[in-house]
Design a protein around this ligand. Structure first.
Ligand SMILES: *Cc1c(COP(=O)(O)O)cnc(C)c1O
Length: 384
């Protein structure tokens, strides 16, 4: 079989649906999912994944900026979309015109938001962001009533929700995480008591780790990202029930035999420990494979269902693998950088650990020339 791409990411829609069902299993019937698809759905391709998520019953989407919201609308998404953080002034008009929901963390631009909303003849749906320890955006719990009142007083602004974001993630949940839930809960109750929280405002706080450690489940919606893509830290029992959605693959384009001591890659930082065979693969750090992985012990790819080690530093467009111990490799053989082949798997978690980063950064770092290919239901798995 010939593969038509130098490098591609297979996006498994059935795994995606299965993860969403697993998340839903943590919720009661009246709770909904506000699914986070920022950063092009964590590098997977939001236009591929969001429409399917909507069909699976996701009630709302969270994105990082105005352009990401427009991409969802272009893909036919009809569910409401929330910009999780904030916008720059240039985005205000579009947000108002398109009915995109917006996080609000201070009163500084409320007048402006109100004017633009009135001009667009649509109310601007805002979600009050409470800072419970991220120290980033968000208003302190003590200032929330004042900000809520200011929103209430502005014509054209509608308080559509209230939320916070957990700064910590662990299983079992630590003291800081419990504190976030409690602080947020009190802030919400305080606004309710004062009549500052409309009945239909959506209350949400739990990201993936919070919800799978049983926190933030007492509110209207949860706001998972990474778990829907099939990933949780390994100490979470639920991590074993989730299915990674993305596999990153390429193919061997060349190989050659080299003598013991031969340098491979920039600076000759890697040298063949014995006479061996080196395969060249057309994927590099521009595609999201970390530069430093090339010299990390244990960094591998899969060929023919077997692990083969990296040889030398990853360059922009290419990397090399030591295939000396794997006979029979041919030009055109598929290479798996992230994903499964037979009983072997290289996960984004493993790659991240070796590269000293997080699976989030690995996934978001998958470059734009990597073709995202939606896997249909009955597509043959590689090396069954
Ligand atoms: C990214 C993000 C999430 C999702 O977090 P995960 O750890 O991927 O589940 C939730 N809420 C906000 C505000 C975010 O920025």
């Amino acid at each position: 079989m010939r593969y038509p791409y130098r490098i591609w990411a297979e996006i498994d829609l059935e795994a995606w649906a299965s993860n969403l069902a697993r998340i839903r299993a943590e919720l009661s019937a009246r709770q909904s999912i506000l699914l986070v698809v920022k950063a092009d759905a964590y590098g997977h391709g939001a236009q591929i994944l969001a429409p399917r998520a909507e069909r699976e019953g996701v009630a709302m989407f969270g994105v990082g900026n105005c352009r990401e919201a427009l991409e969802l609308i272009d893909a036919g998404v009809e569910a409401p979309i929330l910009i999780l953080g904030t916008i720059i002034d240039e985005e205000i008009e579009t947000v108002a015109r398109m009915g995109i929901h917006l996080g609000v963390h201070s009163s500084s631009r409320l007048d402006r938001f109100s004017q633009v909303a009135l001009r667009a003849r649509r109310s601007l749906q805002v979600h009050l962001n409470i800072d419970t320890g991220m120290g980033r955006l968000g208003v302190s719990p003590g200032e929330a009533p004042r900000l809520a009142r200011e929103i209430q007083e502005r014509p054209g602004l509608k308080m559509a929700g209230i939320y916070t974001h957990f700064a910590h993630a662990s299983f079992p949940p630590g003291e800081e995480m419990r504190k976030v839930e409690e602080t947020f809960s009190q802030a919400v109750a305080g606004l309710r008591r004062r009549g500052l929280l409309p009945r239909d405002a959506l209350v949400h706080c739990a990201n993936s780790c919070a919800l799978f450690s049983g926190l933030g489940l007492g509110f209207d919606a949860v706001r998972p990202g990474i778990a829907a893509y099939g990933i949780l830290p390994p100490e979470f029992p639920a991590s074993r029930e989730l299915k990674p959605v993305l596999s990153l693959r390429s193919q061997v384009i060349f190989y050659k035999d080299v003598p013991a001591g031969a340098p491979v890659g920039y600076e000759g930082a890697w040298r063949a420990p014995k006479a061996t065979r080196i395969a060249t693969v057309p994927v590099g750090y521009n595609d999201g494979i970390p530069w430093r992985l090339g010299l990390e012990k244990g960094a591998c790819a899969l060929i023919r269902g077997k692990r083969v080690p990296f040889a030398g530093r990853v360059s922009m467009d290419y990397l090399c693998l030591d295939i000396g111990d794997l006979p029979g490799v041919r030009v055109g053989d598929p290479v798996t950088l992230i994903g499964k082949e037979g009983d072997q798997e290289i996960s984004a978690v493993e790659m991240a650990r070796l590269a000293g980063t997080t699976p989030y950064e690995i996934l978001c770092g998958i470059g734009k020339r990597v073709r995202r290919v939606a896997l249909q239901k009955r597509m043959e798995p590689l090396h069954p």
